[in-house]
Design a protein around this ligand. Structure first.
Ligand SMILES: NC(=O)c1ccc[n+]([C@@H]2O[C@H](COP(=O)([O-])OP(=O)(O)OC[C@H]3O[C@@H](n4cnc5c(N)ncnc54)[C@H](OP(=O)(O)O)[C@@H]3O)[C@@H](O)[C@H]2O)c1
Length: 269
């Protein structure tokens, strides 16, 4: 039933395409997806993928169950003018636009519109994303289930009741991939400084982060337990960790996430 729901996608760029590919790979029927995006590239790709397509949302006769809003935040207000007429009890809007809160979205779509604000991250493009969602409080159970089903196609998803938490979510998982890339970059650079060839240093850094994330996921242990498990007294790992504590690595991460949270609050004002 949910996998047969009609979905309208407004904006078929990087994220719109990544999400739709994930939907199709996970059994959402391509014939139920309608793309609205005026760009030539979107038209071409939608055709290749066997999706319904139109340049604008004018004259849509079969209303979708879900409208995925995947245009840039700065053009959202203008872009949704053409789909606002679809708003009803049976239509839910799911926005992935960074920095647009539910109040902003209600101002664009109507006070009674049923809206989900989602914050995915870039690994969604390969089905390993982390999405957190907040909603307007008037959604039917089926509408929340459909939002869950869609976002689970591109990774893991969670809900927060308090929308204010979306700023911390943005700071931890939204911007988070960049922190892990910096860690990889730093490990690679240090490996090279200690004599490793560049290609090998890159592989060791990337595969180690990937393996550590997989171990944390599959073992069900918390990161602190896993860290203690691999740290022998007087060994090499302990020597490295002592340096990271002395150089205040945890405090730096904490400050970085605090500042990203503050920036997210500023941006959504
Ligand atoms: N990229 C990320 O990592 C990421 C992560 C989380 C959330 N997001 C959010 O995802 C949203 C989309 O980002 P993106 O990176 O996918 O942007 P994008 O690649 O620029 O895609 C947006 C698409 O919307 C099209 N468009 C422009 N005006 C339109 C209109 N009036 N109606 C319908 N479509 C229209 C654009 O066409 P033209 O190119 O011709 O303008 C483009 O194809 C943003 O709100 C962003 O905040 C992105």
């Amino acid at each position: 039933m949910i996998r047969g729901a009609r979905i309208l996608v407004l904006g078929f760029g990087n994220m719109g395409q990544a999400l739709v590919k994930g939907f199709i790979e996970n059994g959402i029927q391509g014939g139920r997806i309608h793309i609205v995006d005026p760009s030539e590239n979107a038209a071409k790709l939608a055709k290749e993928m066997g999706l319904d397509y139109s340049q604008t949302a004018e004259g849509i006769t079969r209303p979708p169950a879900m409208v995925l809003l995947a245009v840039k935040p700065q053009i959202m207000a203008e872009a949704v003018k053409g789909i606002k007429y679809l708003a009803s009890e049976t239509v839910c809007f799911l926005s992935i636009a960074a920095g647009l809160n539910l109040t902003n979205l209600k101002a664009m779509l109507g006070e009674d519109a049923r809206i989900v604000r989602a914050m995915p991250n870039t690994p969604s493009a390969i089905g390993e994303g982390m999405t957190v969602m907040a909603h307007t409080g008037n959604l039917a159970f089926e509408q929340m289930a459909l939002a869950d089903t869609l976002m689970d196609c591109v990774g893991e998803s969670e809900w927060v009741e308090d929308e204010a938490l979306m700023d911390a979510v943005t700071a931890v998982s939204g911007s988070g991939p960049a922190y892990v890339f910096l860690l990889m970059e730093s490990m690679m650079k240090a490996g090279i400084e200690n004599g490793l060839p560049e290609k090998l240093a890159l592989k060791l850094a990337v595969q180690t982060c990937k393996g550590a994330a997989a171990l944390a996921t599959e073992s069900g242990e918390t990161p602190d337990v896993l860290r203690v498990n691999v740290t022998s007294k007087g060994g090499t790992t302990e020597a490295a960790l002592n340096t990271l504590y002395a150089e205040k690595f945890p405090e730096a991460v904490s400050k970085a996430i605090e500042n990203a949270t503050k920036r997210s609050i500023e941006l959504s004002k």
